[in-house]
Write a protein that binds this ligand. Structure first.
Ligand code: NFE
Ligand code: MG
Length: 562
């Protein structure tokens, strides 16, 4: 039996270490460890809840708008506020654009290189690459000239003798299987994707003032001044610009991202059978369409044992049954606390015998969130499954299209590649949502309504508790706030990557990363590419998961055997 330690897992946000035990060429046990602590939740205490979003947005440099959104929603929930329609629409457009931007970056820049062998693209014939690409997509940029230019660029890069950010890839690994031409197509689109994720980001910046860390959040609405006759505010010209950008991004998702997903996934069919792990799924309603946030574009829901329970933002059972367990996390108490009572007092202990984690001690800064005592997957797959089970039109059409083209069934979505497919589908759904929301915004503005906030001038005395729910790119995010006499008494964020990257709980149930690794093949124990494939399929964000900073760790990869 070999123990493999991958520390850090690269091409993610934050610092993650994964230990696996390998026997007979497959993973038999896994430990997921978040390697940093920061404690922003602690510095929220005693602040004005209207300011909380500014701090919360700094949990992460990736899903920034997500934490701002969940934070203002938590305070709005506590104070029972109504949100003007224009504000709901503008927030929703930002949410959709952010999800698309994040999904594109995850697929091309953070995870594609687990499946794409960049170096092999140097052997590709650009004309053949163009023929293949044109056979699977209408995208006008798939020309011989474009692929020849990408190949020249790669060759020039390699000739310098420095592979830069591609330097430590597992090039030539026996588990890499794409033809040189498909590798060239993927590399060329890797570069193209940089431009298209920027366009989505630009749409956010137009509405939000900047991105990352947009500035237009305010409890009670948005701080995006609307006056259709004023060139200095949000007006028809800005709406046209956002529409143009998101139309371009939609075309990229439909004609580049989805076909690439199918072409790459098609070369690795067995990865639709590995990596299911935890098959309980949690997602929440998103894209509220009325001031009281009771009608939504995405319904979400709780899936256990294959059946779906619909929830709304006020669902009493959901609010009661979320806990975070710390028996295996570096916090002082071994407890399962509801987020309103949550604590984050650090207590670090070294890894166990031989420097590897054991099941007898704490091994991560990540808590183990549970719903009704059970482990759940959150993320694009949870939302796609809920949308499909709810009969949502866009989701159903895209799921049927992608599964049909790939020759797969819904059950194949419960897998490592299934999570990638679901993320691509979500990007395509979000692109459609964004354009519909822009039309809804224009229609509402045409009625003469230019209201964009019901700001809170004073917080009443007394105790108020609120939950802010949101579907972030990595899944269901919840912020839990307790307000007492106008100040924050307790603040807890229960974050998508915490649900997935967490440790075992007090009942011994593993969290999704750990469960999904068991049974994964390992072709070469010195290059555990398959571990990275499954972990990347979740799109880890460890800064979010622990709300934390970097200690000293300089090690790049640490592989140990006994
Ligand atoms: Ni830091 Fe995040 C998202 C949130 S956590 S990236 O999406 O919330 O995984
Ligand atoms: Mg937390």
């Amino acid at each position: 039996m070999a123990r493999i330690i991958v520390d850090p897992i690269t091409r993610i946000e934050g610092h993650l270490r994964v230990d696996v035990e390998v026997s007979g060429g497959a993973v038999t046990q896994a430990w997921s460890s978040a390697q940093m602590f920061r404690g922003i939740e602690t510095i929220m205490q005693n602040r004005d809840p209207r300011d909380a979003w500014v701090f919360a947005q700094r949990f992460c440099g990736v899903c920034t708008t997500s934490h701002a959104t969940a934070s203002i929603r938590a305070v709005e929930d506590a104070l029972n506020l109504e949100i003007p329609l224009n504000a709901q629409y503008l927030r929703n457009i930002v949410i959709a654009a952010h999800n698309i931007q994040d999904n594109i970056v995850h697929f091309y820049h953070l995870s594609a290189l687990d499946w794409v062998d960049i170096v092999s693209a140097l052997d590709a014939d650009p004309a053949e690459a163009a023929r293949i690409a044109q056979s699977i997509s209408e995208w006008p940029g798939n020309t011989t000239a474009a692929f020849a230019a990408a190949k020249d660029r790669l060759a020039a890069f390699v000739q310098k003798g420095k592979l830069g950010i591609f330097g430590t890839g597992y090039w030539g690994h026996s588990a890499m299987r794409l033809s040189p031409e498909l590798n060239l197509i993927a590399f060329s689109h890797y570069l193209l994707a940089l431009d298209y994720q920027r366009r989505a980001s630009k749409a956010i910046a137009i509405i939000g003032g900047k991105d990352p860390h947009a500035q237009n959040f305010v409890v009670g609405g948005v701080a995006t001044a609307i006056n259709l006759n004023n060139p200095a505010t949000f007006n028809m010209e800005r709406i046209a610009f956002v529409t143009q950008l998101l139309t371009e991004v939609k075309q990229f998702v439909d004609q580049v991202y989805i076909p690439d997903l199918l072409a790459i996934g098609g070369a690795y069919p067995e990865w639709f059978n590995y990596g299911a792990g935890v098959m309980n799924y949690l997602s929440v309603p998103e894209f509220p369409l009325n001031p009281s946030s009771t009608e939504f574009m995405d319904a979400g829901g709780i899936i256990t044992d294959g059946s779906l329970r619909a929830i709304d933002w006020k669902d009493a059972e959901f609010r009661e049954k979320v806990t975070e367990n710390t028996d295996f996390a570096w916090y002082s108490e071994d407890s399962s606390l509801h987020p309103f009572e949550g604590k984050s007092e650090p207590k670090y202990v070294e890894a166990g015998i031989g420097g590897g984690f054991e099941d007898t001690d704490k091994y991560t800064w990540c808590k183990a969130p549970r719903y009704d005592g059970k482990s759940f997957q959150v993320g694009p797959l949870a939302q796609v499954l809920a949308g499909y089970m709810n009969g949502d039109a866009d989701t159903t059409e895209l799921v049927n299209y992608v599964l049909g083209a790939a020759g797969l069934q819904v059950r194949h979505l419960h897998s490592t590649l299934g999570r990638h497919v679901a993320r691509g589908i979500r990007a395509a759904v979000h692109a459609r949502r964004a354009l519909t929301l822009i039309d809804m915004l224009k229609e509402n503005l045409a009625t003469g309504d230019q209201t964009y906030a019901n700001p809170v001038s004073e917080i009443p005395s007394g105790t108020y508790m609120g939950v802010g729910l949101h579907e972030a790119p990595r899944g269901m995010l919840s912020h839990w706030v307790v307000i007492e006499d106008g100040k924050i008494k307790n603040y807890q964020a229960v974050v998508p990557s915490t649900w997935t990257a967490g440790p075992k709980d007090n009942a011994g149930n593993p969290s999704p990363y750990e469960a999904s690794l068991v049974g994964n093949p390992i072709a070469d124990e010195t290059k555990p590419l398959e571990v990275i494939r499954t972990i990347h399929s979740f799109d880890p964000c460890i800064a979010c998961a622990v709300h934390t900073i970097d200690p000293e760790g300089k090690e790049i990869v640490n592989i140990k055997f006994d």
